[in-house]
Design a protein around this ligand. Structure first.
Ligand SMILES: Nc1ncnc2c1ncn2[C@@H]1O[C@H](COP(=O)(O)OP(=O)(O)O)[C@@H](O)[C@H]1O
Ligand SMILES: [Mg+2]
Length: 324
């Protein structure tokens, strides 16, 4: 195992503040096409980080750069403190599932993993390690079956087991839920959770935020190679809540707008109702009660008082735009 100089002075556990991956002004051009466009972000050590963005956003290219399979046009990146200019210095710390993994269909999952284990650098992988991995991905009962008889979901799970050979501390998974049915997706999410519980940092991509939101604690959003957002998943929902109010008597709408405007928050008049932007770190319920009291004092009866909170998926779609 290699320990980066960044981590040698601190406790190398999940709470380690040193990022597992840093990406700095990273650009990759294929001819005139820009696949990754000056992207900068960090992946916290011990996190499950979702790398999300529509098809063509640059996710696979970025993961391939981190693995040393593709050379960036410019910019820098580090994995566990080591530069991607020298992939050999960290490759034994990184496991990856990129594209569909190639397994021999005629032999068992167990035999496939044993063959891959023999090729894994710097690690003595025992049969019992392989049994542990098969059981982690839920294939212990089927580990003796020919891989050719496996479903797509089973192949994906075997691919994750292969990525975990040699006990890497960083695991890169490219769209592991793609093409799976809801049960298969849930199985993959559970495995990702179990991998993270072992102390691994997981960077996992998807073109659909909904496939990852239950398992991620950190999010990196790309579109056309550029970074749109990075930060805690929960922070993506931060934004103004909207309080929607409507008077029982439509003739009261202007008086209601005047009363609402006194609170100093932006008010939008939608003909028969008002939208009031509520401060994102304010007390939205308390504000709703104050508006209700103000309407009452003005002799206005409300037929609607509704608080609409910012929605994760709306925010994501606002960020990436129309994926089409
Ligand atoms: N080897 C390549 N040669 C030329 N263009 C490429 C190559 N790999 C990726 N691209 C282009 O780079 C962009 C990003 O692709 P990719 O990283 O596969 O995105 P994602 O994985 O998010 O769908 C796309 O426009 C794609 O066509
Ligand atoms: Mg891809």
């Amino acid at each position: 195992m290699t320990t980066s100089s960044l981590e040698s002075t601190t406790d190398p556990t999940r709470s380690d503040p040193a990022p597992a991956i840093t990406v700095s002004a990273l650009t990759k051009r294929f001819g005139r096409r820009v696949a990754v466009d000056s992207a900068s972000f960090t992946v916290p050590a011990g996190s499950v980080t979702g790398l999300v963005g529509p098809n063509g956003a640059g996710k696979t290219t970025l993961l391939a750069i981190l693995l040393g399979l593709v050379r960036p046009t410019s910019g820098e990146a580090t994995v566990r403190g080591a530069s991607i200019d020298d992939p050999a210095s960290y490759v034994s710390e990184v496991g990856a599932l990129i594209e569909t993994p190639a397994f021999h269909p005629a032999v068992s999952a167990r035999t496939n993993l044993r063959s891959l284990a023999a090729l894994t650098p710097g690690a003595a992988i025992t049969d019992s390690d392989i049994e542990d991995l098969l059981s982690l991905v839920g294939l212990n009962d089927r580990g003796g079956d020919r891989v050719g008889s496996y479903s797509l979901g089973m192949k994906q799970r075997l691919g994750i087991a292969a990525a975990l050979l040699g006990d890497p501390s960083v695991v890169l998974l490219d769209e592991p839920t793609n093409g799976l049915d809801p049960v298969g997706m849930q199985e993959v999410r559970e495995i990702i959770g179990a991998v993270a519980a072992r102390g691994c940092t997981v960077l996992v991509s998807s073109h659909l935020l909904s496939e990852l939101e239950q398992v991620c604690d950190w999010l990196v959003v790309l579109r056309r190679g550029g970074l749109l957002y990075q930060g805690p998943l929960a922070d993506l929902t931060v934004g103004d809540a909207i309080l929607q109010i409507a008077p029982a008597d439509p003739a009261d709408i202007d008086r209601l707008a005047t009363a609402a405007a006194e609170f100093g928050r932006p008010v939008t008049n939608r003909a028969d109702a008002l939208d009031i932007a509520v401060d994102d770190d304010g007390d939205a319920e308390g504000f709703a009660a104050e508006i209700s009291r103000a309407a009452y004092r003005s002799g206005i009866v409300l037929r609607e008082l509704h608080l609409e909170r910012p929605d994760l998926h709306r925010r994501y779609l606002d960020l990436v735009g129309d994926p089409a």
